[in-house]
Design a protein around this ligand. Sequence first.
Ligand SMILES: Cc1cc2nc3c(=O)[nH]c(=O)nc-3n(C[C@H](O)[C@H](O)[C@H](O)COP(=O)(O)O)c2cc1C
Length: 237
Amino acid sequence: MKITAFNGSPRGERGNTHIMVEALFKGAAGRGAEVENVLLVKKNIKHCTGCFACWTLSPGKCIIKDDMAALLDKYMNSDIVVIASPLYSDYVTGIMKDFMDRLLPIVCPRFEKGKDGQTKHVKRYGKYPAIIMMSSCGFPEQQQFELFKLFCERKIRSGSADVIAQIYRSQGELLRETKPKLIPFIEKYKEVLAKAGSEIVEGRTLSPGTMEELEKPIIPEEKYTRFVNISCNKIEE
Ligand SMILES: Cc1cc2nc3c(=O)[nH]c(=O)nc-3n(C[C@H](O)[C@H](O)[C@H](O)COP(=O)(O)O)c2cc1C
């Protein structure tokens, strides 16, 4: 099983989202999956220009010459793709949005009704990778991912993408913390992520127990807010 993560964080491997991907991959690789972590910040991905050449002039191929052609091959040759992005203004980063817009060549221009009765594009290929949505954010509550969840629900309802797991982490700024008293909490969360990775390889889904564990705060919300505000005080001093 080939799993590829596309991470849209501008921080790349220095980021919180990277830590989540690596922990998930530890579990997945432990069950024999071939994993690859693509940091989109290191790639040359131009904006979609809306020319629709990928539907007209060169069906299935974008005419922009940058790294996206190779990334599309990686995407389509994966069994599972992890769309990993920090939460920026309640949604994905600009880097990830450009990447997602540039996936347009993998569908056809023709319209059809989706399972939810709303119109979607006809698929170009017989097989697409299943998708894991993953995000980290700075605020303390899991409700911060409402927009992300709605995006996934729309994909699932219409049948346009097979979203097999959604992994969201509020309190994301804790993940890179090195304070000894925080380490056990962070490690516990990483272990749950590794378990999620092994479950995905075994059954392409997450057990209800693991989903529940993934949603739990790393530390109580009030403690996290205090921790952030103390750090802010130090910056402002
Ligand atoms: C421009 C910008 C916008 C952000 N918007 C949000 C937001 O809407 N909600 C939130 O909880 N955190 C927000 N954050 C915080 C990031 O989501 C958080 O720090 C995340 O864990 C960063 O992940 P990374 O280290 O992988 O880049 C924002 C950060 C930046 C720089």
